[in-house]
Design a binder for this molecule. Structure first.
Ligand SMILES: Nc1nc2c(ncn2[C@@H]2O[C@H](COP(=O)(O)OP(=O)(O)OP(=O)(O)O)[C@@H](O)[C@H]2O)c(=O)[nH]1
Ligand SMILES: [Mg+2]
Length: 405
């Protein structure tokens, strides 16, 4: 047995769903008890053959869950250990959906596991002891997983349950060994990744702004994959801003549709335009949509010149020829302008990519450590920033911030 292989611990067999019924893109089922791995081995086959007799607790296993008669779902298995390295159970991640979860639970209960409530399964893991903080982080990741709606967010949290405690331990070890600079480098990359990771857990707001009739609502419907908002060729169709949920590359977003920007004598429309401006100013990202087949509004060059990193520009209606004014602007513009057609679904992959890049998630590795708890992030960020005035060791500060919280 290698050092990463847990030894089996005596216990009764229990199972429960950790994620709520129905809503999630992923469902996690906890199986606990000494025989959990042998039970799982009787239901899950890897593409390359049976699961190993002993699991390694530092890796995930992919396979198909089923019996001799049929396959129920593709699953990912995460062996769970307590702090002594004893196996306490296995988390089974399947695709979300009531029926799949029911059938997996039925199979587990048929094979001898008792169905218990989620609280019993999560709390079963002991929190005490000098490294109880590791269990607290794992349990917090499990609990947060229940509220996620995308498979990517759930997988991210499942990874963090394993790698985040290891990253904090590394920082403390480096600092204890007097390698304060190395410890700070690990902390720095952890803080930077955590900042970006928050977009995986709290849906970022992406507002869509631009002149009336440019196709803002059409673009939102195309990105969301459903006709959520009203589209018409009457200018000023969208009045008060409306939010629409969407998922792009596994990231849950809140798209914000706003009233077309123009000078208007209509008092109500004027209020809607102002409210849209306020909503878009507080967004994580703004998409400017223009109709490239129409005469460009006179202020377009000034608008484009004033945009920053958090702005994406779309020249919509690319299924039509660009007007002379737009050809002129596009020829001179320094910043990228994406040609797209919301109604023809053209150029949308480029818009999606620009959104993911704008959120800083284009090269984000979900398997590397990132803090998912906002309070802990605030505390460790403070330690990271006070580096230069540090008089005590970083290990002591991290212990105070994380271990003793
Ligand atoms: N040919 C073409 N027509 C489009 C495209 N996108 C939108 N339209 C049409 O343009 C018109 C206006 O579209 P909307 O999506 O309502 O525009 P909007 O920017 O939300 O307009 P307001 O809500 O009035 O500000 C509708 O008739 C759409 O069908 C496109 O890519 N190509
Ligand atoms: Mg609209």
């Amino acid at each position: 047995m290698t050092s990463t292989q847990p030894h089996l611990k005596s216990d009764s067999l229990t199972c429960c769903p950790l994620t709520p019924p129905g809503v999630g893109a992923i469902a996690v089922i906890a199986l606990r008890g000494d025989a959990s791995w042998s039970l799982i081995r009787s239901c899950v086959q890897r593409p390359t053959g049976p699961l190993p007799e002993q699991p390694q607790f530092d890796r995930l296993y992919f396979g198909t869950f089923g019996d001799e008669r049929e396959t129920i779902d593709e699953v990912i298995l995460a062996p769970r250990c307590d702090r002594s390295g004893a196996l306490v159970g296995v988390d089974v991640s399947a695709h979300g959906g009531i029926r799949v979860v029911e059938r997996i639970l039925m199979t587990l209960t048929d094979k001898g596991a008792a169905l218990v409530s989620p609280g019993e399964c999560v709390i079963q893991e002991p929190q005490g002891g000098h490294d109880g903080w590791i269990t607290r982080i794992k349990n917090a990741a499990n609990l947060q997983m229940m509220r996620t709606t995308t498979r990517r967010a759930a997988m991210f949290l499942m990874n963090q349950a394993e790698v985040l405690p290891a990253a904090y331990t590394r920082i403390m070890e480096l600092s204890d060994a007097g390698r304060e600079d190395d410890a700070h480098a690990v902390l720095q990359s952890l803080v930077e990744r955590s900042d970006r990771a928050r977009h995986l857990l709290v849906p970022p707001r992406v507002s869509v702004v631009g002149p009336p009739n440019a196709g803002k609502s059409s673009l939102i419907n195309a990105l969301a994959g459903r006709d959520h908002v009203i589209v018409s060729d009457i200018e000023g169709t969208t009045r008060d801003w409306v939010t629409v949920p969407a998922v792009i590359e596994g990231i849950e977003l809140t798209l914000v549709d706003t009233a077309g920007l123009r000078d208007t004598p209509d008092a109500l429309e004027g209020i809607a335009i102002d409210r849209g401006r306020v909503a878009s100013a507080s967004s994580d990202l703004r998409i400017w949509v223009f109709d490239r087949s129409a005469q460009a509004p006179a202020d377009v060059p000034a608008i484009l010149a004033g945009l920053g990193d958090r702005d994406i520009v779309v020249a919509n209606k690319s299924d039509r020829a660009a007007s002379d004014s737009w050809s002129d602007i596009l020829g001179k513009s320094d910043r990228p302008v994406l040609a797209a057609s919301a109604t023809q679904q053209d150029g949308l992959d480029e818009v999606r990519r620009a959104i993911v890049c704008g959120l800083g998630l284009d090269d984000f590795d979900d398997a590397l450590p990132a803090e998912f708890d906002p309070e802990r992030l605030a505390r460790i960020s403070a330690e990271y920033r006070t580096n230069s005035v540090s008089i005590t060791s970083l290990a002591a500060k991290i212990r105070n911030s994380i271990v003793l919280d």
